[in-house]
Design a protein around this ligand. Structure first.
Ligand SMILES: [Zn+2]
Length: 51
């Protein structure tokens, strides 16, 4: 599955649980940025130890 961000073709590796919107599956790069927002929970889709 590709990253949910527009113009990003990286493999989605993280599911972001967003309190004010729908869940998004994004790549690690986008997850690092978006997971900093208040209330967002990042859940690895696979076993990863980057968090
Ligand atoms: Zn991405």
């Amino acid at each position: 599955m590709d990253c949910a961000e527009d113009d990003c073709e990286n493999e989605a590796a993280v599911r972001l649980h967003i309190p004010w919107g729908e869940n998004r599956d994004v790549c690690t790069g986008h997850a690092r940025v978006q997971a900093r927002q208040d209330g967002v929970v990042a859940e690895p889709l696979d076993d990863m130890d980057w968090l």
